[in-house]
Design a protein around this ligand. Sequence first.
Ligand SMILES: *Cc1c(COP(=O)(O)O)cnc(C)c1O
Length: 418
Amino acid sequence: MTITTDPPNRAWGTKTTPGEAGQAALSETDEVSWGDPSRTGTAFDFRTDAITTPTLRQLAAIGRATLNDDVFGEDQTTTALERQMAATCGREAAAFAVSGTMANQLALGALCQQRPYGVLADASAHVVGFEAGGLASLSGATMQPVRPANGLHLTVGDLEVHARVDEEGGEGELGLPWTACPTRVVSLENTAHGNVIPLAELRAIREWTAQRGVLVHIDGARVWDAVASGRAGTLAEIAACADVLTLSFSKGIGAPIGAVVVGSGAVIRRIKRLRQSIGGGVRKTGLLAAAVREAVLENFGPGDVDVGGVFSVTHDMAAAVTRMWTDRGGKLLRPSETNMAWLDLASAGVTAETLNGMGMRNGILIAAPRIVLHHQICAKALVSLEQVFDDILVRRKVEGADGPGAFGLRSKGCVQNI
Ligand SMILES: *Cc1c(COP(=O)(O)O)cnc(C)c1O
């Protein structure tokens, strides 16, 4: 009888054939990217704040993580993160999720309990346009997208016009017709594309919805920026306005992966079961939770207000970018309140493709019309951006040949400005 064994040379990192595996092993040792945004290119990347790369301190924290099973609920690092986030947000419980998208879907799924249900959200919200229709396929809910009248974020005024709610007593003079799909949940984004929902407005929405039996979800992928702006309240004050709040750690917080949902004990228990049902219960989450805990400390701080200072630097950069544009006569699509600048390209007579292409030739990546600032953008990238603005608004240069692209600058020794 022949005993089949694995073929030799199957160990990790062993070069079997001169090919990809060997290349990967080489680049792992020769080109370590941890903690170096100029090497990874994020120092020159204005497309999104999700692009940041984790720091060496996060790597060290991963080394200290517990390695127990979170499907069993036994991993201490993960549990500590959940407890810490629940406490910081002044809520009973929290559930870790591997992405903000999953966290949003779980949060909304847990609120959609009594069919038929509609979820009212800003038409440009992440849950409407960037979650692959998950609300329909996972929760069977109807999305009720609304364009905010103020062009920035939803308000009570928008709800008064668009929410489909039964008045007191249900079907009656003022009630909804039986044919309507009632709004059971309002989903808000804070920040909404960089714009802050002021705390007073959020509280008014909470009161309006509570009076009508409508639940509130807040997508707080960038809630850190909202808090750091000083106009949105603390994490706890914001969380108090929602049945569930999702927070992402892979935007301004700068962790590699991860999000949490906070809410009541009952809603979090429902969320953990839903999470398991879509394969989101994962095992050694301590690795991720450790990096997240370190990233929160690095960039925001341990409490419910920003003491890290990193967000205010990022917001100052966005204000500087906005001035670079408007001082040259450019107009904005939205006011810059946190870490984004929204350029009005039409009034500058330039297309997004042209602007992005000019960025590439100047060694920076842009996804116009949105310029997103994050803590790994370097001073040199801002200078390149200013040159692009000059070319568009001052020298009015048009398309030329393609240059070396964003990564051509990697080796030129960009110094991180923070
Ligand atoms: C990025 C983002 C998400 C999703 O977060 P991921 O962790 O990238 O899945 C959700 N909502 C908003 C508003 C976002 O910007």
